[in-house]
Write a protein that binds this ligand. Structure first.
Ligand code: AMP
Ligand code: GLY
Length: 460
């Protein structure tokens, strides 16, 4: 952890909006920028308070945030979560002459409406699962049975990662359609439903900084959406992530850039919704190539944590270049090390969980190459750090190899405790397996030197 930055006079003031591990990583990284003298976070959490000055304005209070940005003469606002983006926070800040990183409300519909995103992919020729959009149960049921239940059922609106159902049986699918349309369990988010073909393969999160025209991809990362080891149990917001992901070869990156990122940006621009901010493509790497599962209009959480830990470049000029539309020709430098982030969650998550448990051992965590990014934590009046959410924190470690990073992350996870803490013990295992395969491949067939491959680095 690091001390709040001191005011260096001419430095910039940055406001980060949000209160999760992603925003902690953003504040931590932004505070290291030589251009920045002050970082605010609204509303923040107990961990963010170590890297930024927290202000008690909810992330959805658009007018309150605009007022604060004026009052404090904020030079750059960085919006973390999807909700304020879909509420038009970036539009309002921009109208008021405040530079803001993130898409407009119109561009954020890419995440806010899965139906819109799928139609855009079709229009842009982006590879994705076959689908149909439904507004009533009868049509949905007919299509579901036609596909013999081998589908993903997705409510179109925002549902905090809980709006995707992968039915294991016909009964489960029928019940899901009933819950959405008849019981209206997802409210207005479930007014429209996307049903799409089930895709097999390995997932990859590819995030790109965008300025409306140009996409600058970050390193490939892999999330772990299921609660339990071996990708078992219910879906969560994400239980861990690592980067770089060895599944993303240079050839695959090129293909995704050409078939996904470029046509998406081109089509959005043509529609009068130029996309600035982070375009997050959630991909399934199938045997027929990459297909888009979903778009997000923001940094992934927890993908952001290992990505920013590995980023060597100053993030602030990159974020400004996105807002200013001058990203073309910019580059990002990455550290040599791999990074792994293991999420620790409250007992009961992603269902209902208890809050207010005392977290101990935070002071035992290694000081070098390890960061604990907080999501749901708060400080008690006596100065104790208490749990305050489902996902509580993410222990993020660098290592010379992916294996080293995994070991260091878990070594430090084991030092942190609270009653009922749960975490996955297999974060990055898919990446380790893929590296092992590369290592045992016949040397003549090998395109990437083993030492670099072990790190998951591209050759050259
Ligand atoms: P989404 O929010 O659309 O990314 O879906 C959440 C998770 O559900 C994804 O990360 C995948 O693990 C899974 N999923 C979504 N769509 C599909 C699909 N068409 N086929 C297989 N799995 C899917
Ligand atoms: N980790 C997945 C997400 O941020 O949506």
């Amino acid at each position: 952890s690091q001390a709040p930055p001191t005011n260096r006079g001419m430095g910039k003031k940055v406001l980060v909006v949000g209160s999760g591990g992603r925003e902690h990583a953003l504040c931590w990284k932004i505070a290291q920028s030589p251009e920045v003298s002050k970082v605010y976070c609204a509303p923040g959490n107990a961990g963010i308070a170590q890297a930024a000055t927290c202000v008690e304005i909810p992330a959805e209070d658009v007018e309150g945030l605009v007022r604060f940005a004026h009052q404090e003469k904020i030079d750059l606002a960085v919006v973390g979560p999807e909700l304020p983006l879909t509420l038009g926070l970036v539009d309002r800040l921009t109208e008021e002459g405040i530079k803001a990183f993130g898409p407009t409300k119109a561009a954020a519909e890419l995440e806010g409406s899965k139906a819109f995103a799928k139609d855009l992919m079709r229009e842009a020729g982006v590879p994705t699962a076959d689908y149909q959009v439904f507004e009533d149960a009868a049509g949905a049921l007919r299509y579901f049975r036609e596909k013999e239940g081998k589908v993903a059922i997705k409510v179109s609106g925002l549902a905090s990662g809980k709006g995707v159902i992968l039915p294991q049986s016909i009964e489960e699918g029928v019940e899901a359609i009933d819950r959405i349309f008849t019981k209206r369990e997802f409210g207005d988010a479930g007014t429209r439903v996307v049903i799409e073909e089930f895709l097999e393969g390995e997932e990859l999160s590819l995030l790109a900084l965008c300025d409306g025209t140009t996409a600058l991809p970050l390193e490939g990362a892999q999330d772990h959406k299921a609660l339990l080891d071996g990708d078992q149990g219910p879906n969560t917001g994400g239980m861990g992530a690592y980067c770089p992901a060895p599944i993303l070869t240079p050839a695959l990156l090129k293909q995704i850039d050409k078939d996904v990122l470029k046509p998406t940006l081109r089509t959005l621009k043509k529609m009068g919704r130029p996309f600035k901010g982070v375009l997050y493509a959630g991909l399934m790497i199938t045997k027929d190539g990459p297909k888009v599962l979903e778009y997000n209009a923001r940094f992934g959480d927890p993908e952001c944590q290992p990505l920013l830990m590995r980023m060597d470049s100053d993030l602030v000029p990159l974020l400004e270049a996105c807002a200013d539309g001058i990203l073309k020709g910019k580059k990002i430098d990455w550290k040599r090390e791999a990074a792994v982030s293991v999420v620790m969650a409250s007992k009961g998550y992603p269902g209902s969980y208890e809050k207010g448990k005392e977290i101990t051992g935070l002071d035992q965590v290694a000081k070098e190459g390890v960061q604990v990014f907080h999501s749901g934590t708060k400080r008690s009046p006596e100065g104790k750090i208490l749990t305050n959410g489902g996902r509580v924190l993410a222990v993020t470690a660098l290592g010379l190899t992916l294996k080293d990073a995994v070991d260091r992350a878990y070594e430090n996870v084991r030092r942190i405790q609270w009653e009922g803490a749960q975490y996955r013990t297999d974060i990055a295992r898919k990446g380790l397996r893929r590296l092992k395969e590369l290592e045992t491949e016949a040397p003549l067939k090998r395109k990437t030197p083993v030492k670099k491959a072990l790190l998951g680095l591209k050759s050259g």
